[in-house]
Structures are given as structure tokens and as C-alpha cells.
Design a protein around this ligand. Structure first.
Ligand code: GLC
Length: 743
């Protein structure tokens, strides 16, 4: 429900008057309590808050997260607010990252759908389910740009591109918050992790980040800004330092940029224990100093460290902070609660019966199945191995083929494992000629072995492989489901080796040696180095962690009921040594294109022992059909003026035998500018659906807005000159045209 401007102004005045009156009744201790976010569990961080529920009850904490359990339990804890003198309702948050009870593919997988409407739908379903059990706040979307798959949290984001990352961020905010934050089915979003967290050096989680302001503005900041402009109610400061100052105490980041430059009106919550960690970073000598620095920098709410609760009164008494700074933070938090409608309807007409009607309902599962299908990316398909015939005898092999909880990620802790359709079960629903065998341990990596993680032994491994070969020899085709476990990616899950675990690769090799066609289905949370495995698979389907409807979706894709249309949003490297590797790179003064320049002794920018090109580039994804791209038709080759417009048309034809969906991507390159510009940048894309033989003419309209970039003075501007325009099926398979744009 959008209000007319005058109504909005009146509504804001009403809100401000209400908050002013409320704050007029609050003691300093009650104001400080609003800045305090506690948690009864250490499910997603190093520790739980001692006596969290007591602190909520006595009013020393004003917000809570990760209260997990049945709706009645969550509601009972939320009602502790009624025990406090002013009965100010709590923000009640949870990491609802890719679904609550109905679990969707991991966000990195979902982003490969390039389908903003679908992505919004998944966030809407997550909000309906999360709000039905009593939450009003989710720590999502994670919009960190990522170029390093060693970092385990790449699974939580939308990959490497700022334009696509911004499209996904807007869709998630809209889905979570809906049209009216006061609606009972809305969740207030919390954009994270602000900022640059995905650029952790060496892909090691929580590590330092270091980049120029130009790189920040051009590549890493846009999705956060897009989320703020889309109306996100809150934002979370990240663990890392920026320009040497940790985000949580970084005034340039939290005040100058976020509030003064971007106009953000919501509140900033720290990530888990970030205030205390200022001491470990080395910018505060104790927690009291840390709390003061964070508040003064612009942090409003303290997650889990209780530093504000423990130090603000003393800092105030010592004149190190002001009551205005406490009031400002408290006001923003009360405003968020007001915007959520919590003062009128603190428990949103809580009704446990409502939850049971929405959690995992058929409609939501259908969205989950569509999302899983559209997130999958066909990486290889030789000899038309896929789609499978329903007449084929299938040997289904692999340690991830029939394990329910491996279809989720580490963040889907409220998902119902029993509800998951495994790949075996999904295939069985559609075909009855399947022989299944585990084939291998999940891993032989020592770090993952030990009493709690299951044992590995060569003898048993050899026996499992022998059984798999036996099954393969009796079948027409092998489907091998391999990859990572859910605890190999996610928070604090960085890896230096991002290949499929060795024992699984041995299985794959043995299966290929049978001479039967091999379909590799990947279950993983990051781009993997598959270079040596390609030869052992005739077809490769990247299925990510597909969520609740995993088996049905994989079956639909393998049997051709759904023609895979996903496109990678993060580059797959050939080897870890190439990282960071991303499509929108710069040309350098000594560019080198694999195989196009002299011998290995030429003085160019390349590796002696590896190609420059990725294994699979950004925007890449095959289809069961084939598409032919015509030549680009430009409305002009010379355009003038700020208000000029240019139309690029291209005809795409389905030249294959299957109806298919294609994501047509448009990139620009500015070959000569005041700054080095990337070889190409995604500017637009359109999804089309073509029957066999059908053609469609697509039209893209360009304005000077599409030419703009941040110049050395960080001004968002465009410069006249020649431009290269690319349209194609991936960032490396494009048609090219040129135009010139003059002032
Ligand atoms: C974690 C994560 C963050 C999450 C928060 C609350 O440390 O960094 O993404 O939202 O704590 O669980």
C-alpha cells in the first residue's frame, strides 16, 4: 500500500510524534536496552547470551534473535515484552536465508535463474512462513559480491556481478518486506554484510579486505545501495575492516556513506559480537572503548556482545558519548518497530493454527520446485546424453544421491529434513528402472574425518566402488551424484582445495572406465575446480544445494520435463591458482588470450602452467536445445547528448528440438576512458522462451545511464567516445557491435 506524499508526510509526523512521546517516558537504561540484541543459542556464532530470556523479561534487552522451536515457544518468548514496564515489542530475528520451513536452493544457485520474479517469490514465501511462526525480522539478503570460491559464504550471495547482484537484492527486499511492512506477513530485511565482506583476502573468512574506493564504488557497493534504495529496513555491519577500520566502527562507512550519501533511514545492527572484536582487530583497548567507537561511528544495535548494555551508561557518565547519540540509535530502532506495526499489533494476531496451514504447503513446495529447476546449470552435455530416456536402466551412484539433509545448507536449520525429496526418491517417482548404490564415502579429507564425522577406510571404499561398477555394468547410463557436504561451505568454511573430494573422484573415474555414459550431478555450495573431472563425465548438471524439492527438480531436469536454463553468476576457475578470477576484469597493458599469442616466453600477462580463461565463465549455461543469435542491429552508430537513446536489436532462434528458456545478456565495454575500464560489464538481460524453430527479436534500449562509471573523483558520470556492445548467451560467447556516443 503506497501512500500519497501528503499522507506519507502525515504518517511520518504521526510516527515521530509517537516515538517522541514514548522516548519521553523512557529511562536511559530502557533506551540502552533497545540497542541490545541477544540470542539464547550459539547456533550461528561463538556464544549465546547468558540468561537471554531473563534479560528480555527484565527489560535489559530489547530485541532477540534465533529463538528457535515451535510457534508457541517463539510466541511465549516474544511475549516477555509484556513483562517490561513500557511493553515495547521486540524485534524477533532469524537467519531466514533461503526459505524457512520450505527450503529453496542456496542463494548462489537461485541467482543462476536470473529470474527476479521467482527470486522475489521465494523471499515472499519465506516471509509468509517466518512471520507465521512469530519472526518479524530476517538477516537476509546477503548481497556481498564474491570473486573467490575459496570463501565458503559465496553460497549465500548472488555471485560476482554488481548489476545482477543489485537486481537480486531488490527482488529479495521486495519479497521479504512486501508492499507494506506493517502487513502480518512481512519480515523486515537486513542487508548484509556491510561492506565488502566477500572480498576477504585469500578467501579466508573474517580476513581483512583491502581495495580502492574506486573498486568499492564500481563493483562491491552497488548491491548494498540497491537494497537500501529498495527500502531495506536494516543493514548489518560486517566482520572485516575497510581502509583499516573495522566496518562496525567505521564512520565513513556507517555515517558518511550510508546515511549522508545514500540517505539510509533504517538502523545498523552489528554482526555477531563485532563490537567486542574491535579489541582483537586492534582499534580498541577494551570493550568499553569499543562500544563508544561503534556508537559514535553510527552503529545502532549490538548483536550478542552486550557491549552497549555493559558500557553505554558509563561512557555517558564519563562524557565519552552523548545522550543524543543514544537517542539517535534508539529512535531508529523504535522507528523500525513502528514501521513494522508492532506498537499496534505486537504479535501480529499470532495464531499457531495459521502456521500449520502455510508451512510447507503445496503452493510453497511448487515455488521451491520451480526455483530448484531454474537454479540448475547444465555445464556439459556431449552426445546428447541428457535428457535421459525413461526406458533407460539407470545406475544411480554417489554419497549425495540419497541423503536428505545434504540438500540443505548450513543456514536452513529450520527446514524439515523429513520433507526433503532425495534425488533417488525423485527419480523413482518418475522411473522404475533404477539401481542405487552409494559408491563412495563423501570424503577422505582428514579435516572432515573423526569420530563425529564418520570414518573412511580404503578397503570399504574399494568395496563400494566395486558395487557401483557392478550396478553400472547392468545399466544403460550412470547418474553420479557427487560434491560437497553442507558443512564444506557456508560461514567459517573456507577451503584451499575446492575440488570434489578425492575419494568421490576415484569413483567417477571408475564409473567412466565402464564405458557407460556418465551424468555427473553436482551438489555443492561454491564453484568447484572440475578441470580433471570433465573427462570422466559426458554430462554435468550443477544442482547446487537444491532444497526441499531437490529430487523432484533433478528428476524433472534429467528426464527433460524441465529444460535446464540456469546461467552461472560466479566464474568456475580451472584451478585455485587463478583465483580471483571474474569476467569483468581489466585488459592490462599486456593482455593475453589463451592460444592467441606466441610461445610461453612472450612477455604477456599469463601463467606458465595454466590458461587464463576460466573453466566455465560468468553467464554460461547450456540447454537441451540450441539457440542461434543473429547479428546485432543498432538504431544508430553515432548517438549524441545526455538524453540520447540507442536501441540494440537481435533475433534469437531456437534451432533445436526442445522448447527452451534463454537468458540473453547484454554487455558494454568502454575501450578508451579516463580510467581503465573492464573488458565487459553486464548492463541488461532478457529471458525468452522459444519453441523449436521459433525466433524472437529482442530489443534493448540504452541511455547514457548505461555508460556511466565512477571516475577518479568518484563521480558517477559518462564519457564520450567509442563503445563495444556485446549480446550473447554468456559473457564469453557474444555477438559484437560498435557505436560512438558524443556529448
Ligand atoms: C553470523 C553471520 C551473519 C548472521 C548472524 C546471526 O555470524 O555472519 O550472517 O546473520 O551471525 O546469525
Amino acid at each position: 500500500m503506497t501512500l500519497a506524499f501528503s499522507q506519507q508526510v502525515y504518517a511520518n509526523d504521526q510516527r515521530d510524534a509517537f516515538i517522541k512521546a514514548l522516548m519521553g517516558k523512557m529511562t536511559i537504561a530502557e533506551k540502552i536496552a533497545q540497542l541490545n540484541l541477544v540470542t539464547p543459542t550459539s547456533k550461528t556464532g561463538p556464544f549465546a547470551t547468558k540468561n537471554a530470556f531473563l534479560k528480555l523479561k527484565d527489560g535489559s534487552a530489547g530485541n532477540v534473535y534465533s529463538v528457535m522451536g515451535e510457534p508457541d515457544f517463539i510466541h511465549e518468548k516474544a511475549m516477555l515484552a509484556d513483562s517490561t514496564s513500557l511493553k515495547i515489542p521486540f524485534l524477533n530475528g532469524l537467519d531466514i536465508i533461503h526459505g524457512y520451513k520450505t527450503v529453496f536452493p542456496i542463494p548462489l544457485g537461485l541467482s543462476c535463474s536470473w529470474d527476479s520474479i521467482l527470486i522475489e517469490q521465494t523471499a515472499r514465501v519465506a516471509a509468509i512462513e517466518g512471520s507465521a511462526v512469530g519472526y518479524n525480522w530476517t538477516f537476509s539478503p546477503m548481497v556481498d559480491i564474491t570473486r573467490d570460491p575459496r570463501w565458503g559464504r559465496v553460497m549465500e550471495g548472488a555471485g560476482e556481478d554488481p548489476y545482477l547482484g543489485s537486481v537480486v537484492a531488490r527482488a529479495m527486499i521486495k519479497g521479504y518486506q512486501g508492499d507494506d511492512l506493517k502487513s502480518e506477513t512481512s519480515l523486515m530485511a537486513c542487508v548484509k554484510h556491510f561492506a565488502l565482506y566477500g572480498a576477504a583476502e585469500a578467501g579466508r573468512d573474517y580476513n581483512t579486505t583491502d581495495m580502492s574506493r574506486l573498486t568499492m564504488y564500481q563493483y562491491y557497493l552497488p548491491p548494498y545501495k540497491a537494497a537500501i534504495k529498495a527500502g531495506a529496513g536494516s543493514i548489518m555491519s560486517s566482520f572485516n575492516d575497510i581502509d583499516g577500520v573495522p566496518a562496525t566502527a567505521n564512520k565513513w562507512l556507517l555515517t558518511d556513506l550510508l546515511r549522508d550519501e545514500w540517505g539510509f533511514k533504517g538502523f545498523v545492527v552489528s554482526d555477531y559480537n563485532c563490537i567486542q572484536e574491535l579489541v582483537a582487530h586492534g582499534v580498541a583497548s577494551d570493550y568499553e572503548e569499543a562500544a563508544g567507537k561503534a556508537l559514535i561511528a553510527g552503529l545502532d544495535m549490538d548483536m550478542a556482545s552486550e557491549s552497549f548494555a555493559g558500557s553505554c551508561q558509563k561512557l555517558l557518565d564519563d562524557g565519552k558519548i552523548t545522550i543524543d547519540q543514544i537517542d539517535a540509535a534508539c529512535h531508529r530502532i523504535l522507528e523500525a518497530k513502528y514501521n513494522l506495526g508492532l506498537f499496534e499489533n505486537p504479535y501480529r494476531n499470532f495464531d499457531p493454527g495459521k502456521a500449520s496451514t502455510v508451512l510447507l504447503c503445496e503452493k510453497h513446495k511448487q515455488v521451491a520446485k520451480e526455483a530448484a529447476c531454474k537454479s540448475m546449470v547444465l555445464l556439459k552435455n556431449e552426445n546428447q546424453t541428457l535428457p535421459l530416456s525413461r526406458q533407460s536402466k539407470i545406475a544411480l551412484v554417489g554419497p549425495l544421491a540419497d541423503v536428505q539433509n545434504q540438500m540443505f545448507s548450513m543456514w536452513s536449520f529450520r527446514g524439515e529434513t523429513d520433507s526433503i525429496v532425495t534425488i533417488l526418491n525423485g527419480l523413482k517417482k518418475q522411473q522404475n528402472k533404477i539401481v542405487y548404490t552409494e559408491g563412495s564415502f563423501i570424503t577422505d579429507e582428514p579435516v572432515f574425518l573423526g569420530k563425529s564425522r564418520g570414518f573412511y577406510n580404503d578397503q570399504e571404499q574399494a568395496e563400494m566402488i566395486a558395487k557401483a561398477i557392478e550396478a553400472a555394468n547392468q545399466s544403460d547410463v550412470i547418474v553420479a551424484v557427487l560434491g560437497e557436504t553442507s558443512n564444506m561451505s557456508g560461514e567459517a568454511k573456507s577451503k584451499t582445495d575446492i575440488s570434489i573430494p578425492n575419494c568421490q573422484r576415484q569413483l567417477l573415474k571408475a564409473l567412466k572406465a565402464t564405458g557407460k555414459p556418465v551424468v555427473l550431478v553436482l551438489i555443492n555450495g561454491r564453484p568447484l575446480t572440475l578441470t580433471d573431472d570433465l573427462q570422466f563425465a559426458d554430462a554435468i548438471l550443477e544442482a547446487w544445494r537444491p532444497g526441499t524439492m531437490a529430487g523432484d527438480a533433478v528428476a524433472d531436469v534429467l528426464f527433460g520435463k524441465y529444460n535446464p536454463s540456469g546461467k552461472l553468476t560466479m566464474t568456475f576457475p580451472r584451478s585455485v591458482g587463478q583465483i580471483p578470477i571474474y569476467y569483468n576484469h581489466k585488459n592490462t597493458g599486456r593482455p593475453y588470450v589463451d592460444g592467441q599469442r606466441g610461445g610461453i616466453m612472450k612477455f604477456n600477462s599469463y601463467y606458465l602452467d595454466e590458461l587464463n580463461s576460466p573453466l566455465f565463465p560468468f553467464g554460461y549455461g547450456l540447454n537441451y536445445t540450441s539457440f542461434r543469435y543473429g547479428e546485432i542491429q543498432l538504431s544508430d552508430t553515432l548517438v549524441t547528448g545526455d538524453k540520447g537513446k540507442l536501441t540494440a536489436k537481435i533475433t534469437v532462434t531456437n534451432t533445436g528440438n526442445y522448447t527452451g528458456e534463454e537468458t540473453v545478456q547484454l554487455y558494454l565495454n568502454d575501450p578508451v576512458a579516463s580510467l581503465v575500464r573492464p573488458v565487459k560489464e553486464l548492463k541488461k538481460f532478457q529471458k525468452i522462451y522459444l519453441e523449436p524453430g521459433e525466433s524472437k527479436e529482442l530489443e534493448f534500449e540504452l541511455t547514457t545511464e548505461d555508460l556511466k562509471f565512477y571516475n577518479h573523483d568518484l563521480q558517477w558520470q559518462w564519457e564520450p567516445g567509442d563503445f563495444n556492445l556485446f549480446v550473447g548467451t554468456s559473457s564469453s560467447d557474444v555477438k559484437v557491435a560498435q557505436f560512438n556516443w558524443q556529448k
